[in-house]
Design a protein around this ligand. Structure first.
Ligand SMILES: C[S@@+](CC[C@H](N)C(=O)[O-])C[C@H]1O[C@@H](n2cnc3c(N)ncnc32)[C@H](O)[C@@H]1O
Length: 296
């Protein structure tokens, strides 16, 4: 069963349908404008729960634009599918940190991050349920922990972290300019880099750095791809971005952009934007740290 649709509102929006059994949507490129109607929904079997994911032609999923100049261009709204996926996943998100084989690595990461940010004023983006916020808040002077989803922020807030030090705020990590002047001398993001389309990484970094003081310490942590442990790659696009099909406990299946950059890719992404750059590799994770410079 294949169906897809584009509709026109103020701008063209692409939509992809996936049935609860994970049946993939058709190519959006092939589609002309189509009126969204009950007829469309009736194409799905009544017992098939439909997951609707809307994303822009500048999509992080990389394939919905017919204009090659627009493909993968970043914009603050362009990761809507990912935002919705994490909203639905919020309540079950932290089970990912209880996998026994990963405990040793996670302990090392917690130690590194706690030490690195000691005494600093940190801007954390895409903080999710606050798992790492709790770690950095132990030694930090202050943390502004931000995420685009109220669903994840609500869980983070419920953890009762020291409110004299830690604030949670809804913010889009792709649109941070208004946070300039808040004197952050450190920036942190856990498991966020891997969700950036390769072409969008530099734009994101420039935006992130603009909210930090020059010379700020920046740390990213993220996943390595580990055969037999990581969710398999289901698709690779023409730019090299990779995707996974992920199932949530409600049975819904989502295609998620998830990149696994090597050290060369991490370093080249930061060329001219960083000093004191270090990458550390564990079995399951990597940690990148550097001092931010102004964009050239
Ligand atoms: C992989 S989770 C990481 C959560 C947390 N950093 C951690 O390591 O536990 C990715 C997070 O990015 C958030 N997110 C997705 N798009 C975002 C955006 N444009 N701006 C801010 N947060 C976003 C999701 O809500 C989700 O909480």
């Amino acid at each position: 069963m294949r169906q897809s649709v584009t509709i026109r509102r103020n701008r063209t929006v692409g939509m992809r349908f996936i049935s609860s059994r994970g049946v993939e949507a058709g190519s959006l490129r092939e589609m002309t404008a189509f009126r969204l109607s009950r007829d469309l929904f009736s194409l799905f079997r009544p017992d098939s729960r439909i997951i609707l994911r809307a994303f822009l032609p500048t999509s992080w999923f990389g394939s919905s634009s017919t204009d090659p100049k627009e493909a993968n261009r970043m914009s603050p709204e362009s990761n809507q599918g990912l935002v919705e996926y994490y909203a639905r996943r919020a309540a079950e998100y932290e089970t990912i940190f209880s996998r026994p084989e990963r405990q040793e690595d996670l302990g090392i990461l917690r130690g590194w991050i706690g030490d690195a940010f000691s005494g600093m004023n940190i801007l954390e983006i895409a903080c999710g349920t606050g798992y790492w916020t709790e770690v950095i808040s132990r030694t930090a002077k202050s943390v502004l922990a931000t995420d685009v989803n109220e669903e994840t922020l609500a869980i983070a807030r419920s953890k009762g972290m020291n409110s004299a030090k830690v604030r949670f705020q809804k913010e889009n990590a792709l649109s941070l300019l208004h946070l300039v002047n808040q004197r952050f001398n450190a920036g942190f993001a856990g498991f966020w880099w891997s969700h950036l389309p390769m072409r969008g990484v530099r734009d994101f970094l420039n935006g992130f750095h603009s909210a930090l003081q020059p010379g700020a310490l920046v740390c990213f942590i993220d996943n390595r791809f580990v055969e037999g442990s990581s969710t398999p790659i289901s698709r690779r696009d023409s730019e090299g971005n990779t995707f996974q099909m992920r199932r949530l406990s409600d049975g819904s299946v989502h295609e998620v952009l998830k990149n696994f950059p090597d050290e060369g890719r991490l370093r080249s992404s930061l060329s001219g934007l960083a000093t004191e750059l270090e990458v550390r590799w564990l079995r399951y994770y990597w940690l990148l740290s550097y001092r931010a410079c102004d964009a050239a």
